[in-house]
Design a protein around this ligand. Structure first.
Ligand code: HMG
Ligand code: MG
Length: 298
């Protein structure tokens, strides 16, 4: 594959922390995000303005958003489920708002307590208000490659909700393998269909590494023309409302492959590793990424 530019969107402070049982101290979150801001990343999803009872690990969303350094050139995004979340996100001066839903009913119901049909107008209103406030909006579709409650998810369902998100004015849709069940052939087959409906430049891939397939899935996605990937430092992460969901694709593992293949990301691997080493002791366990495991045995 010809070397080219790949955009890494760091979701560790949001997807990484939301599933952890430890509450990371607000000042530690801020210091960690500041380190990530200086690693060359251009996009960081820093927290989420969901109901704090649903995600206690991110109950300090406003303090984090207001406490971090805003490095020029870095977009600071947050997850927002509804108008109440948007109000909080705007008060905290978030740059980009990420709205989210699932391609399967079972996971949507478990995650946001509503059917897909009930969710769409709520997201539409949230997107409209965010755009009116001068913010850009990103959309997530979960369970694209499989649902913990329903199993296989028809690609038609993915197309339907992705189209609905674009109609709301989102600038990019991130396709989530929420429980890390995808394999490269499936990624190929799903993307082959989706790319007949959407441009590769409007889609991001969001892999979880539950079964060790994430890097292989990225490679297939790159071969299919995709160039935006979500990942989490050290492989932290998961969705507490998706049984079996574990860590995201690790940013450090992704970077190891991309750097080695001559792909340009702008991210400094040493600075990223320093950020992983900073957060590791706060999690009370060693971080699951291959790169972090390798560096602990070096
Ligand atoms: P609900 O209980 O149905 O909410 O939760 P509601 O609208 O009925 O409101 C109930 C009360 O909550 C009201 O307060 C609201 O004001 C309040 P009351 O009037 O009773 O005093 N409320 C809020 N408070 C603060 N912030 C808010 C908010 N919204 C309502 N934003 C809700 C619905 C969507 C809020 C809830 O289900 C929720 O917060 N879910 C979030 C779950 C979540 O964060 N999951 C993980 C993220 S998704 C993910 O990880 C997947 C992804 O990574 C991609 C992938 O891997 O596939 C993105
Ligand atoms: Mg996720």
């Amino acid at each position: 594959i010809e070397p080219r530019s790949i955009c890494i969107k760091e979701v560790g402070p949001r997807d990484g922390l939301q599933n952890e049982s430890v509450f990371v101290d607000t000042q530690d979150k801020i210091a960690w995000i500041n380190q990530l801001s200086h690693s060359g990343l251009s996009y960081i999803e820093i927290t989420s303005f969901v109901h704090p009872k649903w995600i206690p690990a991110l109950a300090d969303a406003a303090e984090v958003a207001q406490g971090i350094e805003r490095v020029p050139g870095v977009t600071y995004a947050a997850l927002v489920p509804n108008a109440r979340g948007l109000e909080r996100a705007l008060a905290a001066n978030i740059d980009e708002v990420s709205i989210f839903l699932s391609a399967s009913e079972g996971h949507n119901q478990s995650n946001i307590n509503k059917s897909i049909q009930e969710t769409l107008p709520i997201l539409g209103e949230t997107a409209r208000e965010a755009l009116a406030a001068g913010k850009s909006v990103r959309g997530y579709v979960s369970t694209v490659f499989g649902c913990p409650f329903e199993g296989a998810v028809p690609v038609e369902n993915v197309i339907r909700v992705t189209e609905a998100l674009f109609e709301m004015g989102v600038r990019e849709v991130s396709l989530g393998d929420t429980i890390g069940v995808a394999n490269p052939r499936q990624v190929h087959d799903v993307l082959e269909v989706l790319l007949k409906h959407f441009d590769a430049g409007q889609l991001a891939m969001h892999f979880h590494d539950t079964r060790g397939m994430a890097v292989a899935n990225v490679l297939t996605s790159i071969e299919m023309g995709m160039s935006i990937f979500d990942s989490s430092v050290g492989g932290l992460g998961g969705c507490p409302y998706a049984p079996g969901a574990s860590g995201n694709l690790a940013t450090d593992d992704l970077l190891y492959m991309l750097d080695g293949m001559g792909m340009k990301t702008g991210v400094d691997a040493e600075k990223l590793k320093a950020a992983a080493l900073f957060i590791q002791p706060k999690m009370g366990r060693s971080l699951p990424s291959h790169s972090m495991q390798a560096c602990q045995t070096e």
